[in-house]
Design a binder for this molecule. Structure first.
Ligand code: ADP
Ligand code: MG
Length: 466
C-alpha cells in the first residue's frame, strides 16, 4: 500500500512547532521509550466551558530564556497516569494539537507535566511518530533549526492596550509607593485593587485554588504586584504562591521574594553567581566565631542581624574584641548574624539601583549623616540622583536576575575593587528615588507588566503570523 506521506528522518532531538498553541519553535527530545509525547508546562489550571473540560497552562519554550512565556488553552481529551523517567507516577491532562515538522503537519496527543527543570520542554513519544518518523538515534537536528525570533516580534508588538485586572498586595494602601502604582495603572486604563495581604485567607486543600478576602472569593487577576513587608514575608509568600496557582502573573514570584529576604541565602546565591560583594562570614557555634572572624578579615567589621531592615540591625565593630562581644550578645538573644568586611572607602554612601526586567531604570546615591556609616534614609541619610557606571549597571541587573526578581532595588557600595552588592530588595520604595530622579518608575513597572502579560497571551498573535 502506498504511503500517504513521506517518512521523515529525525535525530535524537528536533525543532518542531505546535502552531495552534503559538509555540512556533520548541526543541523536542525524541524519546522512543515513551508512548505519549509530553509538554512541560506550569500553572496548569483545569476549567469548564460549555460543559467541556479545558485547561490553561503556561509554557516556557526556550529553557535559556525564561522570560519567554506563552499562555496556552486547550480542550482536555483525557487524563492518564503516566510514569516519568524518574519512576514517579502522576495523573496528567492529555490535549490534542497539530505538530509541524519537516513541512508536514498532523495531529498529536500531548500530556502536560510541570517538570520545568527538564532541559527539553517537549518529549516526542512513539504515538507521535507512528509510521511517519524514522529515528536515527546517533544524530541531532536532521530537520534543521527553527528560528525563535517570532517570539521577540510578538514582544515588540505593543500590548494592544488591553485592559488588565491588577492587584497590588500591600498593607498600606495610602503609602507613596502603593498609591503611585495604583495611579499609574489607572492612568493606563487598568482596574486595580489594593489587597491587604494579611487579610487574605484560603482553603489550601480545595481542588480549585482560590483566595478569600473580607468574606468573598477574590476574582481572577491578570497580574499581581506584591509589596510584601519584611515582617510578613512568610505569610505574604504563601499568598503570592496561591495567586500564582490561580494563574495570575506575579511581578515577583514568591520564591524570589523569599530568596531575597533571607540575607544569608541571598548572599550565597550572589556569591555563586560571581557578583562582587563584601567578604562575608557566618557561624553558628560560639566556639567557631573567632575563627570565622579571622577568615573575614581584620576589624573594623560590620555585623548584621539576618532579619534586620532599614539599617536597624547593622553595627560597626571597631575592634576584633568588640566584634566578638557583640556576636556573643546577639547570640544570647538567639539572633542570627553575619559578619562583613567594612568597605571604608565608600565613605558612608551607597547606591540604590532600581531594576525592572533587564534594565536599571533609576539610581540614587544615599549619603549617611555626619558620623554615621549607615546611609539608610531611616537613619538620617540623604538622597541625590547619581549617574552609575556600566559595571554598576551590569552588577545590579545580574544581582536581581540571579535571585529571580523582575522588580528590585539593588544596593551597592563603591569600593576600590568595583561595585559590591549589599542587598537586593524585592519591594523597593519609590518615594525617595522618584523624587530625586524625577523618573516615573511606577509607570514603567505597569508597562513592564503589560508587556509580560501580552507576551504570555501572544499565542494568538503567533498563530496569526505563522
Ligand atoms: P539593611 O537591610 O538594614 O538596610 P544593609 O546591609 O543595607 O542593611 O546595611 C545598611 C547600611 O549600612 C548600608 O546602606 C550601608 O550604608 C552600610 N553598610 C552595610 N554594610 C556595609 C559594609 N560592609 N561596609 C560599609 N558600609 C556598610
Ligand atoms: Mg539596606
Amino acid at each position: 500500500m502506498a504511503q500517504k506521506y513521506q517518512s521523515i528522518m529525525v535525530g535524537w532531538d528536533e525543532w518542531v512547532s505546535l502552531p495552534e498553541l503559538g509555540l512556533v519553535a520548541i526543541l523536542a527530545k525524541v524519546d522512543t521509550g515513551a508512548q505519549t509525547s509530553a509538554l512541560h508546562a506550569v500553572n496548569i489550571r483545569a476549567y469548564e466551558k460549555d460543559g467541556v473540560e479545558r485547561v490553561k497552562y503556561v509554557v516556557h519554550p526556550l529553557p535559556d530564556r525564561p522570560e519567554v512565556e506563552i499562555e496556552c488553552d486547550s480542550q482536555v481529551v483525557g487524563k492518564r497516569n503516566i510514569v516519568s523517567s524518574n519512576g514517579d507516577a502522576e495523573e496528567r491532562y492529555i490535549v490534542r494539537t497539530p505538530i509541524r515538522l519537516a513541512g508536514q503537519e498532523w495531529p498529536i496527543e500531548l500530556s502536560l507535566t510541570n517538570r520545568e527543570d527538564m532541559q527539553y520542554r517537549m518529549l516526542m513519544g512513539r504515538s507521535t511518530m507512528s509510521g511517519r518518523i524514522v529515528v536515527d538515534p546517533d544524530r541531532s537536528m536532521l530537520c534543521g533549526e527553527l528560528s525563535t525570533t517570532l517570539y521577540d516580534e510578538i514582544d515588540k508588538e505593543d500590548g494592544q492596550s488591553r485592559k488588565l485586572k491588577i492587584a497590588v498586595l500591600s498593607r498600606e494602601p495610602e503609602n507613596y509607593s502603593t498609591s503611585r502604582l495604583v495611579d499609574a495603572a489607572v492612568s493606563r486604563g487598568h482596574s486595580v485593587d489594593v489587597i491587604n495581604t494579611t487579610r487574605c485567607y484560603m482553603n489550601i486543600t480545595s481542588k480549585k485554588p482560590d483566595i478569600h478576602y473580607q468574606g468573598v472569593s477574590l476574582p481572577e487577576y491578570d497580574a499581581i504586584i506584591p509589596r510584601v513587608g519584611a515582617s510578613i514575608t512568610f505569610y505574604g509568600m504563601a499568598i503570592v504562591r496561591q495567586f500564582e496557582m490561580m494563574g495570575a502573573y506575579t511581578l515577583n514570584s514568591a520564591e524570589a521574594i523569599g530568596a531575597s529576604r533571607d540575607k544569608l541565602f541571598a548572599h550565597q546565591i550572589l556569591a555563586r553567581e560571581g557578583i562582587g560583594m563584601p567578604v562575608t562570614g557566618f557561624a553558628h557555634s560560639p566556639s567557631d566565631v573567632r575563627d570565622m572572624l579571622k577568615s573575614v578579615g581584620k576589624a573594623p567589621l560590620v555585623l548584621k542581624l539576618l532579619e534586620g531592615t532599614q539599617g536597624r540591625g547593622v553595627v560597626l565593630a571597631e575592634t576584633q574584641k568588640a566584634a566578638e562581644s557583640v556576636i556573643q550578645a546577639f547570640r544570647g538573644l538567639k539572633a542570627n548574624i553575619l559578619v562583613q568586611e567594612f568597605i571604608a572607602e565608600s565613605k558612608g554612601a551607597d547606591v540604590r539601583c532600581v531594576v525592572i526586567g533587564n534594565k536599571v531604570v533609576a539610581a540614587m546615591k544615599r549619603q549617611a549623616e555626619e558620623g554615621e556609616f549607615r546611609s539608610n534614609l531611616h537613619q538620617g541619610g540623604s538622597a541625590s540622583a547619581v549617574k552609575i557606571t556600566a559595571q554598576e549597571r551590569a552588577a545590579a541587573v545580574k544581582a536581581a536576575k540571579s535571585l529571580g526578581l523582575r522588580f528590585a532595588g539593588v544596593d551597592l557600595l563603591r569600593s576600590n575593587d568595583g561595585p559590591k552588592v549589599l542587598e537586593v530588595n524585592s519591594s523597593p520604595g519609590l518615594e525617595g528615588v522618584e523624587t530625586v530622579t524625577g523618573i516615573n518608575i511606577a509607570g514603567q513597572v505597569i508597562e513592564y507588566v503589560e508587556r509580560a502579560i501580552h507576551r504570555r497571551r501572544s499565542g494568538s498573535v503567533a498563530r496569526r503570523k505563522y
